[in-house]
Design a protein around this ligand. Structure first.
Ligand SMILES: Nc1nc2c(c(=O)[nH]1)N[C@H]1C(S)=C(S)[C@@H](COP(=O)(O)O)O[C@H]1N2
Ligand SMILES: [Mo]
Length: 416
C-alpha cells in the first residue's frame, strides 16, 4: 500500500499544468486527521440505518444545513428577498427549496380548488378558468433561468456582498411545466387590436405588469410545476406566469387575471419601480430582457483556497436572449482571457455551467468571467456599463464580477 500511494503521488505531481484537465489529477490532497481510516469500521456501517419514510418527503443530509437561502440586511420591518446559495450548487438546476424568493407582500397559501384565472379585455369570449381547466390543456416542460432585475444592484457603486449568494443570488434555474400562454389566449379568441397583456397576481401586492403580445404569443408559459413537483407556495402556487429571459418581476406569481388591451397599463411596477434612471434624468422603461451575464461561483467570495496547485474554476452564465455561446475566464483582472468549457446541453434562456482547470501559484489573483451569447452580445465590464448607463440606475446590472484571491487564499469581492 505505502509503495502504491507514493507512486500515485509522484505521478500526480509530475502532471503538467495543461495535462491536468484531461487526467483530473489535482497535485496533492489535504491530509485532514481522521479517526476513520482503513481498516476502521465506523458505527454507521455496523447497525441498521434509519427506516424508510423518515421523513416521507425527503430532505437533505443534516450535514448540508449550511446550504440555505439567505436574506441581505434590510432596512424595513420585513425582508424583501431571499437569495440562492449559488456557491454551494452543482450543475445547472436549482433545487426547489433553494430557489430565491422575491415577494412584494409575503406569499399567500392558496387552496388550488378556490383559485381562479380570469381572462378578459380584448378577447371574443371572456373566460374564468379553474386549476382543473388549466391542467387539461396540452403541457410542456422547459428549463429556464429566472433572474430578478435587482440582482447585483447593490454591486454597482461599491463591492457590497461577501458571497456569490449575496452578489448574484437573485437567480435560479428550474424545469418549469405548464401550458403555453398562447394556447389559453386562443381559447378566448384574441381580438386584432390587442397588442398588450396585463398580468395580475392574487397576493396582497396585486402585482401587475404589462406584457407585449409578441412575448405572450412566443414562449410565455402558464406554469404550475417546477422541477417535477407542483409549484412551491413561494414560487406562485398554484399558478404563475413565466416569461423566459425577461426580468423576474414580469413572471407574475399566484396569477389571477389576464387582460388584453392596446396599450401598457403603466402600473406601479413599470413606472416607479423597474425603470432605470439615465444620466440625462430620463427613466428608461420596459427593459424586458435580462442581458448576458455570468459569475464565478468557485472560488468565490467568502471561500478560502487551502492549498496551491490545481483548482477547477467554475461558474454560471446566462442570457435572456438565448443560448450562451462562450465564457472567457481571466485570472489577472481582465488582461488575458481563456475560454472555459461549457457544460452540455446548452439550453436557450437557461443557466450554463462553465469550468476551467487552473493551477494557483499562491500569488494574488483577480478572477473574472465574461459571457457571450449566441447573438454576439458580450457581458460588459463595470466601467463599460457605467460609460453606457451612468451610475444612477439600480436594476439590470450585468457587469463582470471580480473576485480577488489573496496570497493567503482568501477570496474577496472587489472592483477591478
Ligand atoms: N404576484 C407577485 N408576483 C411576483 C412578485 C410578487 O411580489 N408578487 N415578485 C416578482 C419579482 S420582483 C420576481 S424577481 C419574481 C421572483 O420569483 P421567485 O420568488 O419565484 O423567485 O417574481 C415576480 N412575481
Ligand atoms: Mo424582482
Amino acid at each position: 500500500m505505502p509503495h502504491k500511494t507514493s507512486t500515485r503521488r509522484q505521478w500526480l505531481q509530475s502532471s503538467g499544468a495543461l495535462g491536468l484537465a484531461a487526467t483530473s489529477a489535482v497535485g496533492s490532497f489535504a491530509q485532514e486527521p481522521s479517526n476513520n481510516l482503513p481498516p476502521h469500521v465506523p458505527t454507521w456501517s455496523k447497525g441498521l440505518g434509519k427506516p424508510f419514510l423518515s421523513p416521507a418527503y425527503g430532505v437533505p443530509s443534516p450535514h448540508e444545513q449550511h446550504v440555505k437561502r439567505a436574506l441581505l440586511p434590510h432596512p424595513g420591518p420585513y425582508p424583501t428577498a431571499s437569495r440562492t446559495p449559488l456557491q454551494s450548487l452543482h450543475g445547472t438546476l436549482t433545487p426547489n427549496g433553494l430557489v430565491f424568493e422575491r415577494h412584494h407582500a409575503g406569499f399567500p397559501t392558496i387552496p388550488p380548488d378556490e383559485h381562479r384565472l380570469m381572462l378578459h379585455g380584448m378577447v371574443n369570449r371572456p373566460l374564468i378558468f379553474t386549476m382543473e381547466d388549466i391542467l387539461r390543456f396540452p403541457s410542456e416542460s422547459k428549463t429556464y433561468f429566472l433572474e430578478c432585475s435587482g440582482n447585483s444592484a447593490l454591486e454597482l457603486k461599491k463591492p457590497t456582498g461577501i458571497t456569490a449568494q449575496d452578489t448574484h443570488g437573485l437567480l435560479s434555474c428550474c424545469e418549469w411545466t405548464g401550458v403555453r400562454l398562447s394556447t389559453v389566449l386562443e381559447e378566448a379568441g384574441i381580438q386584432k387590436q390587442a397588442s398588450w397583456l396585463l398580468a395580475e397576481g392574487a397576493d396582497a401586492a396585486s402585482m401587475t405588469r404589462s406584457i407585449p403580445m409578441a412575448k405572450a404569443l412566443d414562449d410565455a408559459l402558464l406554469v404550475y410545476a417546477q422541477n417535477g413537483e407542483m409549484l412551491r407556495p413561494e414560487q406562485g402556487y398554484p399558478l404563475r406566469l413565466f416569461l423566459p429571459g425577461f426580468e423576474g418581476n414580469m413572471s407574475v406569481k399566484w396569477l389571477r387575471r389576464l387582460k388584453l388591451g392596446d396599450a401598457p397599463w403603466q402600473s406601479r411596477e413599470e413606472t416607479s419601480a423597474y425603470t432605470d434612471l439615465m444620466p440625462d434624468g430620463t427613466a428608461l422603461q420596459f427593459t424586458f430582457h435580462m442581458e448576458v451575464k455570468s459569475v464565478i461561483t468557485s472560488p468565490s467570495g467568502g471561500q478560502t483556497l487551502k492549498q496551491t496547485g490545481f483548482h477547477e474554476i467554475q461558474g454560471l452564465a446566462w442570457s435572456g436572449r438565448g443560448k450562451i455561446r462562450k465564457v472567457e475566464v481571466s485570472i489577472d483582472g481582465g488582461k488575458y482571457w481563456q475560454d472555459a468549457v461549457l457544460q452540455e446541453p446548452l439550453q436557450s434562456k437557461a443557466l450554463a455551467r462553465f469550468r476551467l482547470p487552473w493551477q494557483w501559484n499562491g500569488q494574488m489573483a483577480l478572477l473574472q468571467s465574461r459571457a457571450t451569447d449566441e447573438y454576439g452580445h458580450v457581458q460588459p465590464s463595470r466601467q463599460q456599463l457605467i460609460a453606457d448607463k451612468g451610475m444612477n440606475f439600480y436594476y439590470h446590472n450585468n457587469a463582470i464580477q471580480t473576485w480577488q484571491i489573496s496570497a493567503q487564499g482568501e477570496v474577496r469581492n472587489v472592483h477591478a
